[in-house]
Design a protein around this ligand. Structure first.
Ligand SMILES: [Zn+2]
Length: 146
C-alpha cells in the first residue's frame, strides 16, 4: 500500500490517503481511502488503471515491474492480439507490440503486470514478470504507452 498526502473532505485536515491495486477475478481494480480524526472514513474502489499520480506512488512503494513474453511463431501473434485487447490499443499498434515479442514488452505496477500475466496465461502464453532492482524513476511509463 502506498500513501499520498491529502486533505479530509469534511474538515480539511491533512490526512494520509492509502492507495492500492488488486485483481478481482479477471478485473484490475484500485482502491483509495483514509480515516480522519474527525471521524470521517472514506473508502473508494474503481476498476481499470488509476490516474498516473496514484500509479507513481504505488510504483515508488512496490517498485517498477516488467512483463516479458517468451513466445515465437503462432503463439507470438496470439500474445500480441491479447495484449492489444487488454490495453485497448488500436489495431495499428499490433506491429509495434510484435516488435517486443519475444522480450520485454511493458512496465508498470506489480498488480498491472500480474493482471496482464493472468490474461495471457489464460491463453497459454508463456509470460514472466520481474521486479526492476534499482527503482530510481522520476517518471513512470503511462499505461497506454508500450
Ligand atoms: Zn476530517
Amino acid at each position: 500500500m502506498a500513501t499520498i498526502s491529502s486533505f479530509c473532505q469534511e474538515c480539511g485536515k491533512a490526512v494520509q490517503l492509502h492507495v492500492g491495486q488488486s485483481i478481482d477475478v479477471s478485473e484490475l481494480v484500485w482502491h483509495s481511502g483514509y480515516s480522519c480524526d474527525c471521524g470521517t472514513q472514506i473508502q473508494m474502489d474503481d476498476t481499470g488503471v488509476p490516474p498516473d499520480e496514484i500509479r507513481y506512488e504505488i510504483i515508488k512503494a512496490e517498485g517498477l515491474w516488467h512483463l516479458s513474453i517468451h513466445e515465437e511463431g503462432k503463439q507470438r501473434l496470439i500474445a500480441a492480439k491479447e495484449i492489444r485487447t487488454a490495453l485497448h490499443l488500436p489495431f495499428s499498434d499490433l506491429k509495434a507490440i510484435l516488435k517486443s515479442i519475444p522480450g520485454r514488452l511493458k512496465s508498470g505496477t506489480k498488480a498491472e503486470m500480474e493482471w496482464l500475466k493472468k490474461c495471457l496465461s489464460n491463453k497459454g502464453i508463456n509470460v514472466e514478470i520481474v521486479l526492476e532492482q534499482e527503482n530510481k524513476h522520476s517518471s513512470i511509463p503511462s499505461w497506454e504507452q508500450l
